[in-house]
Design a protein around this ligand. Structure first.
Ligand SMILES: Cc1ncc(COP(=O)(O)O)c(C=O)c1O
Length: 453
């Protein structure tokens, strides 16, 4: 491959590469940051700058960068069988072994998986399977899926329709029969209510909406155990038990989107374990392979699997790379690493308490309205007035200002509006957590100074 310097890479990138979720005019003005290598929790750019990756890539590199075992697993599998599919009554050992490994770590009602290449495809699959299930159950009119405002379930047409991001709905259209209810964002919307009261109120919005639409039309409810891309929104303790109870009462299917929460992010294998959610489906991706290769899947609970397998014939759905052997081999090895090195236990018992104590202390900063966190994920809500929770104007771009300071000071934090997000790899050490929090504090100070000036 040709070797280009940073400027040449930026020029070619600007000329030929359309980036996801990026304002290209701004990108051309600023130039892209070119990441060239990584190890542990650190990235290096094409100018040799070292950056602490506070976001584990895009919420996915749970075991950290540079794991030779994952490289070896991919190499070995590529030599043996680089590709074969699982269509039309064929299969291969990596897909078989991974399906068993996933069933072993999932809540007990999950005994089947459908493989995809991404979280978006997992959520496309869920839309089709939910509707297929109700057809087979003789209730084809049950097509409506209820989701939440500001949810993120991916970028394909079906996944973005499930999501509650208005900016996405405005581009490219959305599917019919997807409804959105209020998200359980206590800091923003809780008003005078205490969190538990607000959790119940937002969960009960599901029942109200079911009644408005008509029980006979509602097929399923979907939610991320903790909303990630919407700004790390942690539901009050009362939320999920009430949602569960409503789904049971009306017999509607419950989908826990585990694309971020799965594989240890909350200190348990799944967010469903953390919140005691008994879901019928779990879309998974990201941490399944720690991002080393694209792979996702849909864990299918017994209630649905029994119908789809025993009452149906073909499920007319699948991807050329569903259960790709190399991606499956890497995911298997990733799960082995998580288990053998007790990485999730360490995240829960050691890293998360250490990280959260320091992270929540950033709530004292004059710019921070709320510091929140759970497991290995956290957010800082930047506000103009802490007492009244007044936000900055959106055109002040406070989150982006802070994000840029982070970039320039060797830390990746993501800005979701004016919420600053972290989601570090689970192999981060205490001293690296200190570095992350110190740099975050420095960048809050710089942002604060810039806004004041
Ligand atoms: C909860 C959730 N679901 C689905 C997706 C989509 O996954 P992918 O980007 O792999 O398609 C994401 C991505 O961030 C996500 O956070």
């Amino acid at each position: 491959m040709a070797t280009y310097n940073t400027q040449q890479l930026q020029e070619i990138d600007g000329l030929h590469h359309i980036h996801p979720f990026t304002d290209h005019k701004a990108l051309m003005e600023k130039g892209t940051r070119v990441i060239t290598r990584a190890n542990g929790v650190y990235l290096w750019d094409s100018d040799g700058n070292k950056i602490l990756d506070g976001m584990a890539g895009l919420w996915c590199v749970n075991v950290g960068y540079g794991r030779q075992e994952l490289v070896d697993a991919a190499t070995k599998q590529m030599r043996e069988l680089p590709y074969y599919n699982n269509f039309f009554q064929t299969t291969h050992p990596p897909a078989i072994e991974l399906s068993k490994a996933l069933v072993d770590i999932s809540p007990p009602q999950f005994n089947h998986v459908f493989f995809t290449n991404s979280g978006s495809e997992a959520n496309d699959t869920v839309v089709r399977m939910v509707r297929h299930y109700w057809n087979l159950e003789g209730k084809p009119e049950k097509t409506v899926i209820i989701s939440r405002e500001n949810a993120y379930h991916g970028s394909t047409v079906a996944a973005s329709s499930l999501g509650g991001m208005k900016g996405m709905h405005a581009q490219g259209g959305i599917l019919h029969d997807i409804e959105h209810i209020e998200q359980p964002h206590w800091y923003k919307n809780g008003g005078a209510m205490d969190p538990d009261e607000f959790g119940l109120k937002t969960a009960q919005a599901l029942e109200t909406r079911i009644r408005e639409i008509g029980e006979d039309r509602v097929a399923a409810f979907i939610g991320e155990p903790v909303q990630g891309a919407g700004g790390v929104i942690i539901p009050p303790a009362t939320y999920w038990p009430e949602i569960q109870q409503i789904c049971k009462k009306y017999g509607i299917l419950l989908i826990a989107d585990e694309v971020i929460c799965g594989f240890g992010r909350l200190g348990e294998w799944f967010g469903s374990d953390y919140f005691d959610i008994e879901a019928d489906f779990m879309p998974i991706a990201k941490g399944l392979s720690s991002g080393y290769l694209p792979i996702g899947g849909l864990m299918v609970g017994d209630r649905v699997a029994d119908t789809v397998i025993n009452k149906g014939s073909d499920f007319n759905h699948g991807f050329t790379y569903s259960g790709h052997p190399v991606a499956c081999a890497v995911a298997m090895e990733n799960i082995r690493i998580l288990k053998d090195e007790k990485i999730i236990e360490r995240a829960k018992n050691d890293l998360s308490p250490y990280l959260q104590e320091k992270w929540l202390a950033l709530g004292d900063h004059p710019l921070v309205g709320e510091a929140r966190g759970i497991g290995m994920v956290g957010a800082l809500e930047l506000v103009k007035d802490k007492d009244t929770k007044t936000s900055y104007q959106s055109d002040q771009n406070v989150g982006m200002i802070c994000r840029d300071f982070c970039f320039n000071n060797g830390l990746i934090m993501r800005a979701v509006g004016d919420a600053m997000i972290i989601c570090p790899p689970f192999v981060i050490s205490h001293s690296e957590i200190d570095e992350l929090v110190d740099k975050a504090k420095l960048c809050l100070d710089l942002t604060w100074a810039k806004i004041k000036s």
